[in-house]
Design a protein around this ligand. Structure first.
Ligand code: PBG
Length: 379
């Protein structure tokens, strides 16, 4: 059963309708927060008593850049507070050989950091929203979803390649990706391409691609990671629903940064409220609600694309694909989304639409015959 992103319990924040579903995880909704009369005063007090914030992150180059971006934004909003970044290796970073599906849930990238957060050694943890499980552990919540880098997937050709797009590649060319969402969607449009797993952080993956005796013709990666690393010049094609010759939809949460905090840590929530991007929070919440409704605890090859058509009107497209690309179900929905609760319901409704169109059958077949149903492999 799907459960909603729970909102913090103070009256100043929106509360999910408990009759719809049991709340488990929280997202800070700035609009509802600002509505509280005593907010300004309480925030001022909280900020005055917060002296230092310990920021946790994975230790890959990309993760550290992301944490530094968060630190920069926090310093700008609250220069009086001291910040320290603690970068640590998670299980996913340490073990690059065990097939991802043997680890089970995505918490592979988040577990150790969450343990330190709950212990009090860390005050906030910076994550790619995409890497966060849709159900967080008890007492952990999303305190802030920040602005979003380009959410699209992108093609990176091997250095010196004469090709630019997936359509250019000769039959049998090998595309490097560990994401079944990517391979399944690409198979729909380009059935003659082959796929091979590629693991490691972004730098490692690019050197595997460029190696002289390398076996990959190209990689498909999140544009966001490449752009944050300043490797945007390696991108030869962006993939989205409108890509000529056949596009694809990105992962839930892709491109957005999220900050995880201890539930009830009002001081930290108040400090973070300056970093909240409301549009991204709502779009990200809708995407996660769709995933939570469909996945039933497991990762699945589903893609999404969200776009604000005009103020308050969100368009979401979604696709569920069989692993071989032979079957897929698509749906889209346009609705007025004024807060996180609307966004949560919106994602749930689009998931229902996909199920009605046959997504459940595709997902069932995948769950019965599970292989690497995991997004990515670390960055
Ligand atoms: N799977 C790992 C991962 N998690 C987040 C990103 C990219 C950055 C982002 O989405 O914010 C990546 C790399 C990739 O998929 O290419």
């Amino acid at each position: 059963m799907a459960t909603h992103e729970q909102l913090p319990s103070t009256s100043s924040r929106t509360v999910i309708d408990p009759t719809v579903c049991e709340p488990t995880v929280s997202v800070q909704d700035k609009s509802s927060k600002d509505a509280a009369p005593s907010t300004a005063l309480r925030r001022q007090e909280a900020i005055l008593t917060t002296k230092k914030i310990n920021i946790g992150t994975r230790r890959s180059a990309l993760a550290v850049i992301q944490a530094e971006n968060v630190e920069k934004a926090l310093k700008k909003a609250h220069p009086e507070i001291e910040y320290e970044i603690h970068a640590m290796a998670t299980m996913g970073d340490k073990n690059q050989t065990t097939p991802l599906h043997q680890f089970g849930a995505k918490s592979l990238w988040t577990h150790e950091l969450e343990a330190q957060l709950l212990d009090g050694q860390l005050d906030i943890v910076v994550h790619c929203l995409k890497d966060m499980p849709t159900q967080l552990p008890p007492n952990c919540i999303i305190g802030c979803i920040m602005d979003r880098e380009d959410p699209r997937d992108a093609v990176v050709m091997k250095k010196g390649s004469e090709y630019k797009t997936l359509a250019d590649l000769p039959d049998g060319s090998v595309v490097g990706t560990s994401s079944v969402r990517r391979s399944a969607q690409i198979k729909v449009k380009y059935p003659t391409l082959k796929f091979k797993d590629v693991r490691g952080n972004l730098g490692t993956r690019l050197s595997k691609l460029d190696a002289e005796d390398g076996e990959y013709s190209c990689l498909v990666l999140a544009a966001a990671g490449l752009l944050r690393m300043d490797w945007g010049n390696r991108i030869t094609q962006y993939l989205d629903s409108k890509t000529p010759g056949g596009g694809m939809l990105h992962a839930v949460g892709q491109g957005a940064l999220a900050i995880e905090v201890r539930e009830g840590d009002e001081k930290i929530l108040d400090v973070l409220s300056d970093l909240v991007d409301e549009s991204v929070t709502r779009a990200g919440t809708a995407e996660r609600s769709l995933l939570r409704t469909l996945e039933g605890g497991c990762s699945v090859p589903i893609g999404v694309e969200t776009r604000w058509i005009e103020k308050g009107k969100l368009l979401m497209k979604a696709i569920v694909v069989s692993l071989d690309g032979q079957e897929y179900v698509e749906a889209e929905r346009l609705d007025e989304i004024l807060n996180v609760k609307d966004a949560d319901e919106f994602g749930w409704k689009l998931a229902q639409e996909l199920v009605e169109k046959g997504a459940a059958k595709i997902l069932e077949a995948i769950n019965l015959n599970r292989e690497v149903i995991e997004e990515g492999g670390g960055a």
